[in-house]
Design a protein around this ligand. Structure first.
Ligand SMILES: [Zn+2]
Length: 94
């Protein structure tokens, strides 16, 4: 007579439905050492120039310490500013 009792198991909720505090991280890659990593908003800097050609974001590679600068399109600018990235305006609006 064998009796398998599965009554001791508790249902653990693996996910919480609402998360109000989600830290924003951005995926980035280093062209120097080819490392891939995630950066917090505070690790990024956004510089907005007069045109899209002078608009870029920069960060320091946590792996090799290289200063990386990449062009930022409209979409990226939106993402970065929305996430609280420090923005520097190189171009003074008339
Ligand atoms: Zn690197």
């Amino acid at each position: 007579m064998s009796e398998s009792a599965k009554s001791g198991m508790t249902v653990a909720t693996a996910f919480a439905g609402m998360r109000s505090v989600t830290p924003v991280v951005y995926r980035a890659g280093c062209p120097d050492c080819r490392a891939r990593f995630e950066l917090a908003a505070s690790a990024l800097r956004l510089a907005i120039g007069a045109s899209s050609r002078t608009t870029f974001y920069s960060f320091t590679c946590p792996e090799c310490g290289a200063a990386v600068r990449k062009p930022a399109g409209e979409r990226i600018v939106e993402l970065l500013t929305g996430g609280g990235v420090k923005t520097l305006r190189l171009h003074s609006t008339p």
